[in-house]
Design a protein around this ligand. Structure first.
Ligand SMILES: [Zn+2]
Length: 64
């Protein structure tokens, strides 16, 4: 057992079966390397592509 817990981005439930975990992207963090984003295989279709990452990145360019 490891402490690694994959949480589904779509439903916020832990993905307990590794075979059911689908890597869908990566989130940047202010105080670290960030973390991977996972989703249940059945829930991948519910996610908008890069929804979380895009939202974070959208703040970076800013307006002059
Ligand atoms: Zn899910």
């Amino acid at each position: 057992m490891t402490a690694l817990v994959r949480v589904c981005r779509a439903c916020d439930e832990p993905v307990e079966d590794p075979d059911d975990a689908v890597y869908v992207g990566h989130t940047m963090a202010n105080s670290g390397p960030g973390w991977p984003i996972w989703a249940h295989r059945a829930h991948v279709g519910l996610l908008r592509p890069g929804a979380g990452a895009v939202r974070v990145l959208a703040r970076v360019p800013g307006r002059l």
